[in-house]
Design a protein around this ligand. Sequence first.
Ligand code: ADP
Ligand code: MG
Length: 314
Amino acid sequence: MEQKNIWAIGGGKGGVGKSFVAGNLGILLAQKGYNVILADLDLGGANLHTWLGVNSPTKGLSDFIEREILNIEKLLIPTKIPGLSLISGAKDGVEIANLKHTQKRRFLSALRGLDADYIVIDLGAGSSYNTVDFFLLADSQIIVVIPEPTSIENAYRFIKNSFFRQIFHNSKNYGLKSVVTPILHKDNSYNVNTPKELIDYLNKLGGSATVFIEEQLQLFKPKMILNQVRTERGQLVGPAMKAACSKYFNLNIKFMGYIAEDESVWKSVLDRKPLAVAHPDGVPIQQLKKICADILLEETDGAAKNNLLSQLAL
Ligand SMILES: Nc1ncnc2c1ncn2[C@@H]1O[C@H](COP(=O)(O)OP(=O)(O)O)[C@@H](O)[C@H]1O
Ligand SMILES: [Mg+2]
């Protein structure tokens, strides 16, 4: 299967700017000349179509899941932005409850088969299995957080749930499912409540459990964007969260930078004109551009990286 660059944008809390980040990242990539698909997987509240000025989609992921549409290409909705198309989540107002993991995998591999350079997935709020699984199935995981206690708390919960879910899924391949499943239960008798405690526990078991956890730590490297920053003190939340994840969770999170709070952002939503189109030179989009270039660099290595560096003139 051809490797695609699928970026998923999650983060726990609603209203922090996941759709703003996902939508504008999609546009920025399309403006660079890439072929981009935006997938609106906020299954309870899909709204990227409104934001892109596209009529309410009549078909989406739910039709693919129900096998009413077999060819995923039929879900692609063109947008006014050259190079950018949209795939909608559910039919209007229909929430897809718990999808089976095989259904999620089938959808993701169909997405990978599409003719696109980048696919950006906008996820819903919360840490439900649907959200976390789509997040984990992507190639690059991006968490959006704002410098407010509720968002920070939700982001930590999202990180913890994602890590535990990844361990749960991958333990099967190591024949460790029966070891891992009871530990991941809430109120387990192993005293394992945080990723750090889980890592320590598996390390102590030794043998294949140690190899397994090392590999899982290599795999789990979400990136973080701090949005809606109003003050200098607010900016510090990004590095502070990275440090806390390392200290208390033993997890390596990559802090990608911050985006200022700016009225142009919510005004662009009211005007139904994406900010990367309406105000490409304003501060928030300049900040997102830098983050986008850094993510592209992270995803590339070797000769391709030198090529990209010269293209980006960094
Ligand atoms: N950097 C920002 N500055 C000002 N308003 C913002 C910023 N980021 C997001 N918003 C506004 O916050 C609201 C929620 O953003 P949205 O992207 O829909 O969040 P989510 O998808 O996480 O629920 C929108 O009205 C959006 O315009
Ligand atoms: Mg949203």
